[in-house]
Design a binder for this molecule. Structure first.
Ligand code: AHG
Ligand code: MN
Ligand code: MN
Length: 333
């Protein structure tokens, strides 16, 4: 079979469909290269001094792992000098990171969760990187946080890498979703799945059930109906999976369907869920919608939420359309 590299795929997209301007192509290639470097570091494990805690806290008050910091630095360094970006923002940085003045600047804004699923690093379970690309407003001067606060519907590209048994990169530029597998010997990304489609119907769900006592009634009702199986109102048995790495859960759903939920709950009043809108929920929502699925916050489409803060959190329901629509409708009842 003829192998198509990420580069060739991007060039052909640019030529045939004109969906990928040259600068965006460079950006995606640079992010993919950074993910390759992160994959390499992840793969070293205990041999590479990448495991364990860094004993620092990020802006959300979460203890950072060494790999959170290493991955953040790899992404920053890779993307600084190419001339394609105006600024970057990351889960691991309190404020935005404008491109230093010694480099040329471009029109794109890059956001990332450098290492998703941090709790899984030390136990050798799949982890990943999530990224989202926005366009800076025309004529923008020195970039500010305000420039990033665009709804997810404005994204021009989004993707994630999973560092698992295989390293894969899943990408959308608004023209479907494609998956590339890292050829570790050759060091190249090879197109392995074209136009991924999430099955509309599913019998599988993902939620951290240890929080059940804190859930609000719509989520409790929905999950109880699934748990009741063929004896309950759904008349069918449902299976459950929870990896605690959003990248890995979403990747499973992209491949065989399912619904992923990280709802708001009553644990900390005023905290709207755990996942971050701008570099977790929005890029995943873009990918999921492009693959024929749906993504809501229980009330509306995630990509229509107007962000107010860089690190704001949002409830997430995403995956197979029929189930996302059902659990969303329970919030409206
Ligand atoms: P991160 O490692 O970037 O902080 O994200 C972890 C997120 C997400 O990947 C996962 O779905 C969720 O946290 C797991 O949360 P629980 O530990 O509450 O299950
Ligand atoms: Mn994350
Ligand atoms: Mn993270």
């Amino acid at each position: 079979m003829k192998r198509i590299s990420l580069t060739q795929y991007l060039v052909e997209e640019q030529r045939q469909n004109n969906t990928i301007p040259a600068e965006l192509r460079l950006l995606i290639e640079v992010v993919a290269r950074a993910c390759k470097t992160i994959s390499h570091a992840v793969g070293k494990g205990a041999l590479g001094e990448v495991m364990g805690s860094a004993e620092t806290e990020n802006v959300q008050g979460e203890v950072q792992k060494k790999l959170d910091i290493i991955s953040n630095e790899i992404l920053l360094e890779a993307n600084e000098w190419g001339g394609h970006l105006a600024a970057m923002a990351s889960e691991e940085m309190e404020t935005i990171h404008p491109i230093p003045n010694r480099y040329p600047k471009g029109e794109y804004l890059l956001l990332f969760d450098p290492l998703d699923g941090s709790s899984n690093i030390d136990v050798n379970v799949s982890i990943g990187t999530i990224f989202s690309v926005l366009k800076a407003a025309e004529g923008m001067g020195e970039p500010t946080e305000q420039d990033f606060l665009q709804p997810g519907s404005q994204q021009v590209a989004a993707g994630y890498a999973v560092y698992g048994p295989q390293t894969v990169l899943v990408l959308t530029t608004g023209n479907g979703v494609n998956c590339f597998t890292l050829d570790r010997e050759m060091g190249s990304w090879v197109l392995t799945q074209r136009n991924m489609q999430i099955p509309a119907e599913t019998r599988e769900f993902a939620i951290n059930a240890s929080n059940a006592r804190h859930w609000f009634p719509p989520v409790t009702r929905y999950v109880n109906e699934l748990l009741a199986g063929d004896a309950g109102p759904r008349g069918s048995n449902f299976n459950m999976r929870w990896i605690a790495s959003m990248v890995a859960d979403v990747h499973r759903i992209l491949n065989r369907g399912g619904v992923f939920m990280y709802p708001a709950d009553a644990r900390e009043p005023g905290k709207p869920g755990k996942l971050r809108l701008m570099y977790e929920a929005n890029p995943m929502a873009f990918i999921v919608e492009q693959a024929g699925g749906a993504a809501t916050n229980g009330a509306r489409r995630i990509m229509d939420v107007q962000p107010e803060k860089l690190h704001q959190r949002v409830p997430v329901f995403l995956g197979s359309k029929s189930e996302v629509e059902r659990v969303t409708s329970y919030h409206q009842a």
